[in-house]
Design a binder for this molecule. Structure first.
Ligand code: URA
Length: 249
């Protein structure tokens, strides 16, 4: 693969992912939220106690309702609203972030703040647009007040929600943004040892449809905002993601 600078110069995106006027207007034209195509409705009572180990029977609206009314950990008590995710529910591409920030908490959508702007530019760099064959969500669905790192048990409580989202979307490829999102691997490790290679999502053993989905781990956009020199590594990871997707045919 050609090195990142050459590609980025060719895409007129150098220095890396700096927003151009033209990109701005393209992104503004995007209809961000694509509703589920089916006419499914939430038929389960939201007060029904969910079996958190088995959300297999939950359809999309039921899962949304379940997350919206979740009180499984203390995060919900201090956030404004849950942030379920947004985009094309039949997307080939699934981007998973860590947890909503203050902007996301206010708007109820993932990646709408500064890191979201960078994520949009990262998507544009590989010719993707939010909401178009792309679904974006977070591992944790509630804003942790003060933007603290969620505790292990808070992260764990949200795991089944993300797992069910993956089962329903059945993406062809998952891009995990940051170490918390990389927990999709089923274990935690330093991001430096996980990025730059192709992994596979394991999920629950009974779900053969999502088992083995290619999973690429890269830097979180918020980290890239503070550490711009790492953008080159993120670019390599995105190129790996594109090449992997192309290889899937
Ligand atoms: N950071 C994330 O991981 N997710 C968001 O939605 C916003 C910032």
């Amino acid at each position: 693969m050609i090195r990142e600078e050459a590609i980025l110069r060719e895409f007129n995106l150098y220095p890396l992912w700096q927003r151009r006027e033209q990109d701005q207007s393209i992104l503004e034209q995007v209809t961000a939220t694509v509703q589920p195509a089916t006419e499914q409705v939430a038929s389960k009572s939201v007060v029904e106690k969910a079996d958190m180990q088995n959300l297999d029977s939950y359809n999309w609206p039921e899962l949304q309702a379940l997350v919206k009314n979740c009180t499984a950990c203390k995060l919900r008590a201090s956030c404004t609203q849950t942030v379920f995710g947004m985009g094309d529910v039949r997307a080939d591409w699934l981007f998973v972030g860590e947890w909503p920030g203050m902007d996301e908490d206010a708007q109820g959508e993932p990646f709408v703040g500064q890191s979201g702007k960078l994520l949009d530019n990262m998507l544009a760099a590989i010719k993707l647009k939010r909401g178009h064959n792309v679904y974006i969500t977070n591992f944790v669905k509630c804003y942790p007040s003060g933007n603290r790192t969620p505790e292990a048990n808070e992260i764990a409580q949200c795991g089944p929600y993300l797992e069910r989202q993956i089962q329903l979307i059945q993406p062809k490829l998952i891009v995990a943004l940051g170490e918390t999102a990389a927990l999709l691997l089923g274990y935690g490790a330093a991001l430096s040892g996980m990025r730059g290679k192709l992994h596979h999502y394991c999920g629950s053993p009974t779900h053969t449809l999502v088992k083995g989905i290619p999973l690429i781990i890269t830097h979180h956009p918020a980290y890239l905002l503070h550490t711009p020199l790492k953008k080159a590594e993120a670019w390599d990871d995105l190129c790996l993601a594109v090449a992997t997707m192309q290889g899937l045919g």
